[in-house]
Design a protein around this ligand. Structure first.
Ligand code: SF4
Ligand code: SF4
Length: 189
C-alpha cells in the first residue's frame, strides 16, 4: 500500500487525524450512512464506498471525490452508524487533506464551500439567499424557478433575508478564526 508523510499509509493518516477515527476499522459496510444521507444523490461515492476506498489506499480517488464537499454536517449518518464511527468528522478530515494535497479543485465543489467560508469571515454567518442562488445557478439551474418561488414566500414571511446581515461582534469572531487557522496550519494531515 502506498505510504505518505512519515511512512504512514493513507488509512493510518485519516484515522490519526480524526477524533475517534480508529473505529473506522470496525465498518461493517452496512450502508446505513449512505441510506441516511440527504446529500447522497449528489455524491460521487456513498460514505460507505469512500471508507472502503480509504482502506484500499485509493488516496487520489478519495481526495478527488466530491462526497465530503456535499456533506452538510447533519450528523444523521453518525447517530445511525451501528459502529459509532465518526462519519461526519471523517468528512472534515478528508476535506482538510484534499486542501492540503491540492486535490480539492478536482472535486469541482470547493467554490461553493469557499463562498460559505467567505460569508462567515465577512458577516459572521451564512447569507442563505446568496449561497442558494449561487449553488443552483452552478449545479442545477433548472430548479431555479421552483426554488425562486419558495425563496420569495420565505422572504414575505420574514424567514429569508434579502441582504446579508452581520453579527454584532465581528472582531471577536475574526480573532477566533485567525487562531483556528493558526492551529490548523500546525497540524500535519
Ligand atoms: S453506517 Fe457505519 S458501519 Fe455502516 S457502512 Fe456506514 S460507516 Fe460503515
Ligand atoms: S453528516 Fe454528511 S455524510 Fe452524514 S448524513 Fe449528513 S450530509 Fe450525509
Amino acid at each position: 500500500m502506498p505510504e505518505g508523510p512519515n511512512g504512514r499509509t493513507f488509512y493510518q493518516r485519516v484515522v490519526q487525524a480524526t477524533p475517534g477515527g480508529k473505529s473506522l476499522a470496525q465498518c461493517l459496510q452496512c450502508g446505513s450512512c449512505g441510506g441516511s444521507c440527504p446529500s447522497g444523490p449528489d455524491m460521487d461515492h456513498s460514505p460507505r464506498q469512500l471508507f472502503a476506498m480509504i482502506m484500499a489506499g485509493m488516496e487520489d480517488e478519495v481526495l478527488s471525490s466530491n462526497t465530503p464537499w456535499h456533506c452538510v454536517s447533519c450528523y444523521y449518518c453518525t447517530v445511525r452508524c451501528p459502529q459509532q464511527i465518526p462519519i461526519t468528522d471523517l468528512m472534515y478530515t478528508l476535506k482538510q487533506m484534499a486542501i492540503a494535497r491540492g486535490k480539492y479543485r478536482e472535486s469541482g465543489h470547493v467554490d461553493f464551500s469557499n463562498s460559505f467560508i467567505g460569508m462567515v469571515e465577512r458577516f459572521g454567518r451564512s447569507f442563505e439567499l446568496g449561497l442558494a442562488t449561487r449553488y443552483h445557478l452552478t449545479h442545477n439551474p433548472l430548479k431555479m424557478v421552483s426554488k425562486g418561488t419558495l425563496g420569495l414566500q420565505m422572504m414575505v414571511k420574514g424567514r429569508l433575508s434579502p441582504l446579508p446581515e452581520s453579527i454584532r461582534n465581528m472582531p471577536q469572531l475574526t480573532a477566533i478564526l485567525t487562531e483556528a487557522k493558526r492551529i490548523a496550519a500546525q497540524q500535519e494531515v
